[in-house]
Design a protein around this ligand. Structure first.
Ligand SMILES: Cc1ncc(COP(=O)(O)O)c(C=O)c1O
Length: 390
């Protein structure tokens, strides 16, 4: 039997980090102590009250049955309440909210309902690779890469997108607070994006999982504050340090929500009910637009780590600006290093693991991403080690 992969399958690039993984396991076997600042998985604990609720809810036999792929009614109502409290946005839980098994699933399935072969999907680059691959290419769409560059504060240059592309675009993914750059957006820019989408008849999917991961006085907006013709994807993964639980949601335009619900009903059976209930418990801690203590206590820890990293890098002569959001730091690699992959390999030799910018697309070359997922002492240790080789 000859197994043949589809053309669609081949459109997805090979796993770029394979060589790094090999190098890491070699170092580990040699007994090198590794400081992992690569993967964006919060190391802090899921709040206790969420875990307690989960333990309670998993024991209820009704919660052990199939969930609904679009989310239980009480979950959708909790999301409705959250948007009202957090963003001042009124939603109808019946038609304008759907549950997701993680934001990744939402990003990947969204295009299936709207993209025909050859349609354009506008994707930020550097960016979360799923926009380009899992979402666009696996739906036979064509990604148009919008460079998000430091000279434009990591925002897309809207005037640089050709009119012909805009006319063929079905949707645009945006992600602010941004992975990997840590960049933020203001409502004026969201308005410019919303105007463009109306002029050219495509919709915007605001992937917003870091909306609560902001520092100093910055509060992140949602595209839904500008228009309910768009959609936002958000997730319990980062807000409540629940990456392993797989619970997220999409909200906004009811035709778009109808589209993704229909697709999902043929693919998955939703996030387990007891997990949805645990997330409701967390969401209900929001009593005003301010983030509740269970969220803020973790954010304060990441903020301190951010300061430790940036101050430390600046001290060793590596000039990097403080991001106002996310738990990522995006740093231009030192000038004498040729590319991000080789630079990352060099740092693995001293046991510091970063993600090369090229892993987020061609416009990420020349940068590395730090994830602040280690305690401050380990970050300081990483700086001492890097000092010897940069
Ligand atoms: C920009 C962005 N979108 C989506 C996700 C996926 O999050 P989830 O855990 O909800 O699938 C991530 C995870 O790192 C992300 O960085």
């Amino acid at each position: 039997m000859k197994i043949e992969y589809s053309k669609r399958f081949h459109s997805i690039p090979p796993y770029i980090f394979a060589e790094i993984e090999q190098l890491k396991s070699k170092k580990r076997k040699e007994g090198v102590d590794l400081i992992p600042l690569g993967i964006g998985d919060p190391d802090l604990k899921t709040p206790r009250l969420i875990i307690d609720e989960l333990i309670k809810q998993v024991q209820v036999s009704d919660n052990q049955n199939y969930p609904s792929s679009m989310g239980e009614e009480d979950f959708r109502l909790a999301i409705q309440r959250w948007y009202k409290i957090r963003f001042g946005v009124e939603l109808d839980a019946e038609e304008e909210v759907s549950g997701l098994i993680g934001g990744k699933e939402g990003v990947a399935n969204l295009t299936r309902a709207f993209v025909n072969p050859g349609d354009i999907v506008l994707c930020p680059n550097p960016g979360y690779p799923v926009y380009e691959n899992g979402a666009t290419k696996l739906s036979d769409g064509i990604p148009y890469l919008m460079p998000i560059l430091e000279e434009n504060n990591f925002l897309p240059d809207l005037e640089a997108i050709p009119t012909e592309i805009l006319k063929k675009a079905k949707l645009m993914f945006i992600n602010y607070p941004n992975n990997p750059t840590g960049a933020i957006i203001n409502t004026d820019f969201l308005k410019a994006l919303n105007d463009l989408s109306e002029d050219y008849n495509f919709f915007i999917a605001h992937d917003n999982p870091y909306s609560e991961f902001t520092f100093d006085d910055y509060i992140a907006p949602s595209i839904l504050q500008l228009s309910k013709n768009q959609v936002e994807i958000n997730s319990a993964s980062k807000i409540f340090c629940m990456t392993g639980f797989r619970c997220a949601w999409i909200a906004g335009n009811k035709e778009i929500i109808y589209g993704i619900r229909k697709i999902k009903s043929q693919i998955d059976s939703g996030c387990p009910i007891f997990i949805q209930k645990a997330v409701i418990r967390g969401l209900n801690e929001y009593r005003s637009s301010q983030r509740p203590e269970i969220v803020l206590e973790n954010i304060k820890i990441y903020e301190k780590r951010r300061d430790v990293l940036i101050n430390g890098l600046n001290e060793i002569g590596w000039k990097v600006n403080k991001p106002k959001a996310t738990f990522y730091v995006w740093a231009a690699i030192p000038e004498n290093d040729p590319n991000s992959m080789d630079f990352v390999k060099k740092l693995i030799n001293v046991g510091v693991i970063l993600t090369p910018g090229i892993g987020f697309g061609q416009y990420g070359e020349g940068y590395v991403r730090f994830a602040l997922t280690q305690p401050s002492e380990r970050i300081r240790e990483a700086i001492d080690r890097m000092k010897k080789v940069i």
